[in-house]
Structure formats: C-alpha cells, structure tokens
Ligand binder design. Structure first.
Ligand code: HEM
Ligand code: HEM
Length: 128
C-alpha cells in the first residue's frame, strides 16, 4: 500500500482514539458540552480521512502524489486548528471564532484538493 494511504489511515486512527476517549469521558461524566467536538473529531478526523485514504489506496499508482500530500497536510491542519478551538468556543471563549473559521476554510480547501485529485485520477489512463 502507498505511503499516502498509510499516512491517512494512521492519522485517522489517532483522531478515532481521541474521539472515542472523549466519548467515553462524556458518557462517564454526564457532561455532554463537548459532544459536537466528539462528533466532528470522529467524522472529520476518523471517517473523512479514512475515506480519503481508501480512495488513494484504490487509485494506487494513478494517485497524483503532490495533490494527495497537499490534501493530507491541509485537511489535518484544518482539523488541528478548528477542533481544539471548537472545544474552547463551547467552553465560552467566543474570541477564538475567527481563527476557528480559518480552520474550517482549510477543511473546505482540503476537500476541494481531494476533489481535484479525484478528477486527476479519472483523467489518467488505468495502469492495470
Ligand atoms: C468509544 C466510542 C464512542 C463513545 C463512548 C461515544 C459516546 C458518545 C456520547 C456520550 C455522545 C453524546 C450523546 C449526547 O449528547 O446525546 C456521543 C455523540 C455522538 N457521537 Fe459518539 N461515541 C463513540 C464513538 C463515535 C464514533 C466512532 C462516531 C462517528 C464515526 C461517533 C459519532 C457521534 C456523533 C455524530 C454524536 C452526536 C450525536 C448528536 O448530537 O445527535 N461516536 N457519542
Ligand atoms: C467544515 C466542516 C464542518 C462544519 C463547519 C460543521 C458544522 C456543524 C455544525 C455547526 C453543527 C451543529 C452542531 C450543534 O447542533 O451544536 C454540525 C452538526 C453535525 N455535523 Fe457537522 N460540520 C462539518 C463537517 C461535517 C462532516 C464532514 C460530517 C460527517 C461526515 C458532519 C456531520 C455532522 C453531524 C452528524 C452533526 C449532528 C451532530 C451534532 O449535533 O453534534 N459534519 N456540524
């Protein structure tokens, strides 16, 4: 399997572990304040990155390597900025909202790059 696929799956597992621990903490404490953070760590971290990794695994040698690594960097940066700031926002720090918005724009950009990678793969002739 390609390095890019392994990187996506490796990162996805880390987000899943953090998201699950937060879910267990919420269940045990009864404090569900951070429920949207838990949901989006799992959905933007685990689910989205694992889906992207699956696509690059299927694309194999047809993967546009630079686009795929740009996708990896931008999507992770978006997560690492927006998810902790969402937690701070939910705890009452409303002044983090603009920077969190910038993180969300990175998440959208990461998805656009992923879309561009799909188009690139679709245009390349199949190798096998
Ligand atoms: C050990 C694993 C997990 C535990 C203990 C756990 C626990 C929880 C808890 C306690 C809540 C709050 C429910 C509420 O406030 O009503 C929650 C919400 C949620 N969880 Fe998890 N969760 C786990 C894994 C996952 C995974 C893997 C995903 C997605 C792939 C996920 C997606 C969600 C979503 C979307 C919500 C929000 C639901 C809503 O607001 O309606 N969870 N979870
Ligand atoms: C830039 C990306 C995203 C933004 C800004 C965003 C924003 C939001 C907001 C504002 C809510 C309402 C939260 C609340 O009721 O307190 C929400 C809920 C939800 N979103 Fe997202 N979302 C994003 C990506 C995603 C993705 C990729 C998925 C699924 C793969 C997803 C699944 C959900 C689900 C299941 C809920 C309901 C659970 C909850 O209320 O916590 N979101 N999202």
């Amino acid at each position: 399997m390609s390095k890019i696929s392994v990187a996506f799956f490796g990162a996805a597992v880390l987000y899943a572990l953090v998201g699950m621990c937060l879910g267990i903490f919420m269940g045990m404490s009864g404090d569900h304040t951070l429920s949207p953070v838990h949901a989006h760590i799992n959905l933007l971290g685990w689910a989205t990155l694992a889906l992207m990794g699956t696509f690059y695994g299927l694309a194999g040698a047809q993967t546009p390597t630079r686009l795929a690594w740009a996708n990896f960097a931008v999507s992770n940066l978006g997560n690492l900025i927006s998810l902790p700031l969402l937690a701070l926002l939910l705890k009452g720090n409303t002044d983090v909202a603009p920077i969190m918005g910038a993180g969300e724009m990175l998440l959208v950009l990461g998805m656009l790059i992923f879309g561009a990678a799909i188009i690139s793969v679709a245009r390349k002739p199949a190798t096998a």
